[in-house]
Ligand binder design. Structure first.
Ligand code: ARG
Ligand code: ZN
Length: 849
């Protein structure tokens, strides 16, 4: 059944208190719930959500058992008819039995390696007890946990703890998706934080005994986040404790449950020998993300799940700002744009396109997407650019003031900007309601010292949305003089019509236009630029994003030419050499510029140009260009490789990580011509996982990875997080013709614990990231993936549905591949009892072919 935004109705009861009493047992946990309810509309039936697996043991209204005919269970619903309810306030008490050990979907209460934990967002609470499982029903929770396990945690503040029983009280009203409970044999890394107004907060990161030394970085990240939210947004923490728990089985990255964040262990645990620089950066940003939800998500939550981007877009935007402040803002922006293009543009240009605020869905878990999260954040970045920093600050203060304690909507959000700044946002709102990536064509005219920039915007149709009216698009532009100096600083042009022009007067010579600085809008900018002008921008642009982008465009033009049988010029090779020789330029920036676009990105570009991408030709083209760069610049790359070593003990800070990033970018290229010699040495001597993984990737591409793989297995065979990398890198870096065979062999291993989401994603996601391997022309990559999706769907629908996006670009390939992909998708669709999650995804993808 499809859910529609337009059907929203408030719940006809109010809920003023929830009391839970949970007696834990792996196979038979008992949950007693008391809900204090008041009818708001006479004659309303009380309709509660509750999974079909809940075993109802008792139900009373004000202590009395209703007539059995007044209690109706139908599917995922339990109804107590109005006739059985008082007109005024009453207490509904229920007791249910549940089986956490049997919960392989990791939604609701489940067991992960002996730890009881919960995941309730979006609709998991209905698998714990009967309840109004919707985010606009908010109340205080009092929770009693009974278990012999030593650590018993829930939301809010601890009330009492005795052997076998703990009580918690959360004074802040919240929807049930923010409920959490954890029980297990855990140890804490502890610290404290004193808020601006003097509240001393006890901080704990709970891990399995023996993992304490890998939790310090997460703790430091938490402390930085708490400080930053006070300094930048004026937001303080509001409870006496803040707990974070790391669990091994987790469907997503992490969850912002009030006062008790639960994390996928890969986003908490890190040590130099086991985690890469990228892992450290990601841990810091996800710890921040979940912490920031305390205000943007928890104190102000969403009225309904269509509004998901209200909390996710804003919280991603905030965590991006945090990372920019902690590290290099320029590098962070480029990384974010790369990720946006790889995941969100891909989504927006394919069968799964949807707006940041969708207006219908079948399964909400299918909408925790790059569009809701990352495009949702981009939309806020544009808003900030349009109203300015002061306008943004005023609007946010008003948002927190006006909506604290509310379950709010995108309309509420836009209204605070209108009220705080006086700006009408009716047209801007289209960014929230319309799907698709706008294409903006820019052209230049030069006459008598006047430059005219003309723009034309259009957005291609997306499933269910054919008409795409013009949007407000901020385009940041600067002008460079013939010598490369900036003759006009950044100016934001606001597009609001289908076509528009802007003049720049009083110029003494024709300038070079640096456009879409800072990636000021999530669009595709098309302009006719020759390689010489791009090379000029790569050499001189003062805006780091635009500078990087010029290099990217040069690389893509060389790669698409090579992949379609042409002869690429040497412009890119020469320019990139000049750039990486700039010793004073941030090594991280140089590394980002030196890394060639991936095969998927090249395929996307070709498809965009109206061609059918050939994965094998793309692979060959990219390999050839890498080899040519390496040969052309061998002495330079070799010098960089030697100079960019980081002396002393490993530290994950941005400056050290930047040096390593450039060093391994050089290594990757040198590996194309040195037979893997440097990589082999580095793998043996490097004391950190960043360099070891980079070296391993080089060796695997050359087919020389076996000894290094054996060494890692020997050293880290019992470390799940390292073994996840071990699985994924083999599938990802295998030569394309071997990729499916490598993945199949890995899937046969005893330690391919496929029910663990991280391990499953490592292998299947690794193969999907091997572009030419996954898209093997014989269809073997598709068939292998389909087999595993079918198997996973019966166990964990969320994971299967999410991984099915491996197929989302299928319509753009050749007839042979399309036939294989369609067959694989249809085979999945034909499975009896397929989950709603996977069915929705697969049918949307099939419909596009
Ligand atoms: N709110 C969480 C976050 O953004 C994501 C949880 C989503 N979980 C899910 N099963 N859909 O960090
Ligand atoms: Zn989030």
């Amino acid at each position: 059944p499809v859910q529609y935004l337009a059907d929203y109705r408030p719940w006809p009861f109010t809920l003023s208190e929830t009391r839970l009493d949970v007696t834990l047992a792996p196979r038979d946990t008992r949950v007693r719930a008391e809900l204090r309810l008041t009818p708001q509309q006479a004659g309303s039936d009380l309709v509660l959500d509750g999974g079909t697996e809940l075993r109802l043991i008792s139900l009373t209204v004000d202590g009395q058992q209703p007539d059995p005919s007044h209690v109706i269970r139908e599917g995922e619903r339990l109804t107590v008819v109005a006739a059985a309810l008082p007109q005024g306030p009453f207490t509904l008490a229920t007791e249910v039995g549940i089986d956490p050990a049997d919960n392989t979907a990791f939604e609701g209460l489940y067991l992960s390696n002996g730890i009881f934990c919960t995941q309730c967002e979006a609709e998991g609470f209905r698998h714990i007890t009967f309840y109004p499982d919707r985010p606009d029903v908010m109340t205080t929770f009092s929770v009693t946990i009974r278990s012999d396990l030593p650590v018993l945690l829930s939301n809010g503040n601890p009330v009492s703890k005795a052997p076998g029983v703990a009580e918690w009280h959360d004074p802040w009203p919240k929807p049930c998706y923010l409920f959490a409970l954890v029980a297990g044999d855990l140890v804490a890394v502890s610290d404290s934080f004193t808020t601006r107004s003097g509240r001393k907060v006890a901080l704990n990161v709970w891990v399995r005994p023996g993992d304490q030394h890998r939790a310090d970085f997460a703790m430091q990240s938490l402390i930085k986040s708490m400080k930053w939210d006070e300094d930048v947004y004026g937001r303080e923490y509001d409870l006496d404790v803040f707990n974070i728990v790391a669990v091994d089985d987790f469907n997503m990255g992490a969850m912002e449950n009030k006062g008790l964040n639960i994390f996928n262990s890969k986003l908490v645990l890190a040590s130099p020998e086991t985690a890469t620089d990228a892992d450290y950066e990601r841990i810091e940003s996800v710890i921040a993300h979940e912490y920031f939800h305390n205000w943007t998500g928890n104190r102000i939550t969403c009225r309904d799940w269509f509004q998901l981007c209200l909390k996710e877009g804003l919280t991603v935007f905030r965590d991006q700002q945090f990372t920019s402040d902690m590290r290099s803002a320029a590098v962070k922006r480029i990384e974010d744009v790369q990720a946006l293009r790889a995941r969100q543009f891909r989504e927006d240009q394919g069968p799964l396109a949807h707006p940041p605020r969708p207006d219908h869905y079948e399964e909400i878990n299918n909408f925790y997407t790059a569009t809701v999260y990352e495009k949702g954040a981009e939309v806020i970045g544009m808003l900030k650019r349009l109203v300015g920093n002061d306008g943004y600050a005023k609007a946010l203060d008003l948002y927190f003031d006006r909506h604290d304690g509310d379950a709010a909507t995108i309309e509420d959000w836009l209204k605070v900007f209108e009220d705080a700044t006086g700006r009408d946002l009716a047209q801007f709102k289209r960014w929230y309601t319309d799907a698709g990536t706008p294409v903006v064509e820019m052209s230049e005219d030069w006459q008598d010292g006047r430059l005219t920039l003309s723009f034309r915007q259009s957005t291609p149709p997306t499933p269910g949305q054919t008409e795409k009216p013009a949007r407000i698009i901020p385009i940041a532009v600067g002008l460079l003089g013939p010598n490369g100096d900036e003759v006009a600083g950044t100016r934001v042009l606001e597009l609001s019509e289908d076509s528009q022009s802007f003049d720049f007067d009083g110029l003494s010579a024709r300038p070079v236009v640096s456009a879409l600085r800072g990636f000021s809008a999530p669009i595709i900018l098309r302009r006719d630029l020759d390689d010489a002008t791009r090379a000029f921008l790569l050499a001189h642009d003062t805006d780091p994003f635009a500078r990087w982008e010029a290099g990217r465009e040069l690389a893509l033009s060389a790669l698409t030419t090579l992949a379609t049988g042409g002869e690429a010029g040497s412009s890119y090779i020469a320019s990139i050499g000049a750039l990486i020789a700039e010793d004073q330029t941030d090594p991280a920036f140089r590394a980002l510029s030196l890394n060639l676009p991936g095969e998927e990105e090249i395929a996307t570009r070709l498809a965009y140009l109206g061609q059918t991408p050939d994965p094998d030709a793309i692979h060959t083209a990219r390999t050839d260009l890498a080899r040519r760069i390496a040969s052309a610049h061998e002495p330079l790359l070799s010098r960089i490789y030697d100079e960019m070593t980081v002396p002393g003990a490993y530290s994950p800070d941005a400056v050290s990580a930047a040096r390593r990033a450039l060093r391994i970018a050089a290594l990757g290229l040198l590996g194309r011509i040195d037979g893997g010699e440097r990589a082999e040495v580095l793998f043996g001597v490097a004391g950190n996982m960043t360099e070891r993984m980079a070296a391993l990737a080089v060796l695997l591409r050359l087919g020389h990875g076996a000894p290094a793989l054996a060494a890692l297995l020997d050293e880290f065979g019992d470390n799940r997080l390292v073994m996840d990398k071990w699985f994924s890198i083999q599938a990802m870096a295998a030569p394309p013709q071997d990729a499916v065979a490598v993945a199949s062999a890995l899937a046969e291993r005893n330690d391919f614990d496929w029910k663990n989401p991280n391990r499953f994603r490592a292998l299947l996601g690794g193969l999907a990231a091997n572009h030419a391997g996954f898209h093997s022309v014989d269809g073997s990559g598709y068939a292998f993936t389909a087999d595993w999706l079918i198997r996973m769907d019966a166990v964990n629908p969320q994971i299967a549905a999410r991984m099915s996006t491996a197929f989302e670009t299928w319509p753009r390939y050749d007839e042979m591949r399309r036939a294989h992909a369609r067959a694989a998708l249809e085979r999945i669709a034909s499975v009896k009892g397929l989950s709603r999650n996977t069915r929705e995804m697969v049918s949307r993808m099939i419909a596009a072919g």
